[in-house]
Design a protein around this ligand. Structure first.
Ligand code: NAP
Length: 290
């Protein structure tokens, strides 16, 4: 198979500034014990999942230094699985939040603490530059409020120094996008969003498309309960509900990327295969309840 016929390439590519990614990517939060720091981590399985993802054509991995458990971190797993890295592999991390050794979140970083967080990611991933760094604002899943200018300005300086390739923002509203764009180019917005979650971001998604900014939903799979409309479309295509949710995500615009997370090799195969699942207008009408 050539690069363009690999399964993850089936939904096409998008430019994250200077970086080209297949629209179907991978989120590493589920690998490294970030949700339950004491949960055992099956490192061998996680490494196999990461290597298989790349074999299937995934070249956009989302991570964070605060995705860790007692024995492994997502960054360490990525490095163990994939370093030395392929030239086309785009690693995206996020800064702002951090956790102490017991797993408790610390107060949001001050602007002058962001350099240390970026350097931690560089060290852990074994890179001289992180392809994309998102400034992730807000607490928990509550949308961030207030100005991000000082923090984003600090990241723009690190980008000018060469530690960062491209910049993004996460957990934000349209006002944050405008504020950040006035400081430095924003290549992606990463927010919670899905067929049945945070649809108030429909407008922000559209605005991102207008500006050539990628919209990268998290919890595209996890946000949904089982839903008869999704089940019906899944039956039509002999697909799973998770695949339909991912295909719906990718159908929202060429600038919308998917970063489904899993530590299950079978789920990985299904999620990547969703790049080839093309929903019809009838499917989209069913899903949108029209
Ligand atoms: N910016 C932010 O604030 C923020 C916040 C959260 C997450 N993120 C990023 O977004 C990524 C995506 O979020 P997520 O990892 O929660 O992913 P997700 O794709 O929305 O959902 C993952 C959940 O769905 C399950 N799942 C995945 N594929 C499945 C399938 N084919 N069939 C059935 N169940 C499936 C997973 O369990 P299994 O492991 O059993 O498959 C897991 O419980 C994260 O990995 C992280 O990189 C960013």
């Amino acid at each position: 198979m050539t690069e363009t016929t690999l399964p993850a390439a089936a939904a096409g590519t998008w430019q994250l500034g200077s970086r080209t990614v297949n629209r179907l990517g991978f989120g590493s939060m589920r690998l490294g014990g970030s949700l339950d720091p004491n949960a055992p981590i099956d490192a061998e399985r996680a490494i196999a999942v990461l290597r298989r993802a790349v074999e299937l054509g995934v070249n956009h991995l989302d991570t964070a230094a605060f995705y860790f458990g007692t024995t492994w971190s997502a960054n360490a797993l990525i490095k163990a699985a994939l370093a030395p890295y392929r030239d086309d592999l785009v690693l995206t991390t996020k800064v702002g939040p951090s956790r102490d050794e017991s797993g408790q979140f610390r107060p949001f970083a001050r602007p002058d603490e962001l350099r240390g967080q970026v350097e931690q990611n560089l060290r852990e991933l074994g890179r001289d530059q992180i392809d994309v760094v998102n400034l992730r604002i807000g607490t928990g899943l509550d949308r961030g409020t207030g100005s991000l200018a000082e923090h984003f300005g600090a990241l723009a300086e690190l980008r000018a120094e060469g530690l960062i390739g491209e910049l993004g923002i996460s957990n934000v509203g349209a006002e944050h996008l405008a504020e950040a764009q006035a400081i430095a180019p924003v290549v992606c917005v990463q927010n919670q969003y899905g067929l049945s979650a945070r649809r108030e971001d429909d407008e922000l998604l559209r605005l991102c498309g207008e500006q050539g900014v990628a919209f990268v939903p998290f919890f595209a799979v996890a946000s949904g309960q089982s839903d008869e409309r999704v089940a019906e479309v899944a039956r039509r295509h002999d697909a799973t509900e998770a695949q339909v949710r991912l295909a719906w995500t990718l159908a929202q615009g060429p600038h919308v990327l998917a970063i489904p997370g899993t530590s299950d090799p079978a789920h990985l195969e299904q999620n990547v295969a969703a790049a080839a699942l093309k929903l019809t207008d009838e499917d989209l009408a069913t899903l949108d309840g029209r």
